[in-house]
Design a protein around this ligand. Structure first.
Ligand SMILES: [Zn+2]
Ligand SMILES: [Zn+2]
Length: 273
């Protein structure tokens, strides 16, 4: 068990404390959030089992943990419907076995096209919460959508008009579903971050600072902060040893002046917001 202690994280400017938030750490530079809500297991492209992930989450002191294997229509790594049901039963067992941590079960849903539809329609009532992202490897609604939405965005640098159309897909999705957060924006498809942030504010949806990749310019960060949107840091762990490791998102927040108060899961639950 690693040592845990409370430290005060401060941003100081002109000798004044601009913001401070008390967070749990297991070393002086490794912040452990309250909960990690984006992780993978061997049921998608992760390297470890659900139980190994949970055990690591407990070991580092997470209070909440969500397993979010890739959604059903991810071509190379989507969880199968059968394994989803297996995982559902596992989660119920582990809730009893590990009462010291609160567990959630969902998938990393895939945006399928300009309609804003996710690949979870038949299963959305079985998911503990909704989170979504765009993956180039996810199936689309039709071949025509694959060509315009996936292939064209991949092959060519999108025009401003195309970026606005991509953004519209996200806006429709945010409007259609009760999403807790949208993940790794600008990964694989360029969008207008400010417009998405505005929609997120209206719907109470957070924007993820992903544990593997954060693709925002400083201008985009400034634009998003102006809307008042909140953020969540997650690991996107594909190995149990990375569960709860949100150092990439924390470092991004520090270097791009995102106040820690705007990151909702540092010292309280994502579901308390
Ligand atoms: Zn992803
Ligand atoms: Zn992921």
């Amino acid at each position: 068990m690693k040592r845990r202690e409370k430290v005060e994280i401060e941003t100081k400017e002109n000798n004044e404390i601009q913001n401070s938030v008390s967070v749990e750490t297991n070393s002086l530079d490794n912040i452990v959030p309250y909960g990690d809500y984006h992780t993978h297991t061997i049921f998608s492209d992760g390297q470890n089992t659900l139980e190994e992930n949970i055990q690591h989450a407990i070991q580092i002191g997470l209070k909440e943990y969500a397993v979010t294997d890739h959604g059903f229509k991810h071509r190379s790594a989507g969880i199968t419907y059968a394994n989803f049901q297996v995982q559902r039963r596992q989660i119920e067992l582990f809730k009893e076995k590990y009462p010291q941590i609160k567990l959630y079960h969902t998938v990393e849903a895939n945006l399928m096209g300009y309609s804003g539809l996710l690949d979870i329609e038949d299963y959305k009532n079985q998911l503990d919460f909704l989170q979504m992202g765009y993956h180039i490897t996810a199936a689309n609604e039709s071949f025509a959508t694959w060509w315009t939405f996936t292939a064209m965005n991949y092959i060519f640098r999108p025009s401003q008009k195309k970026i606005e159309k991509n953004t519209l897909a996200y806006l429709r999705c945010i409007d259609r579903y009760d999403l807790k957060f949208v993940n790794h924006l600008n990964y694989g498809i360029l969008i207008n971050a400010k417009e998405i942030a505005k929609a997120c504010v209206e719907r109470g949806t957070k924007i993820e600072l992903n544990g593997k990749r954060v693709y925002f310019t400083q201008q985009e960060v400034d634009d998003m902060l102006e809307t008042g949107v909140d953020f969540v840091v997650n690991s996107d762990a594909h190995r149990s040893e990375n569960v709860g490791n949100v150092s990439v998102g924390i470092e991004f927040a520090k270097t791009h002046n995102i106040p820690f108060e705007k990151i909702v899961n540092l010292n309280k639950s994502l579901f308390d917001n």
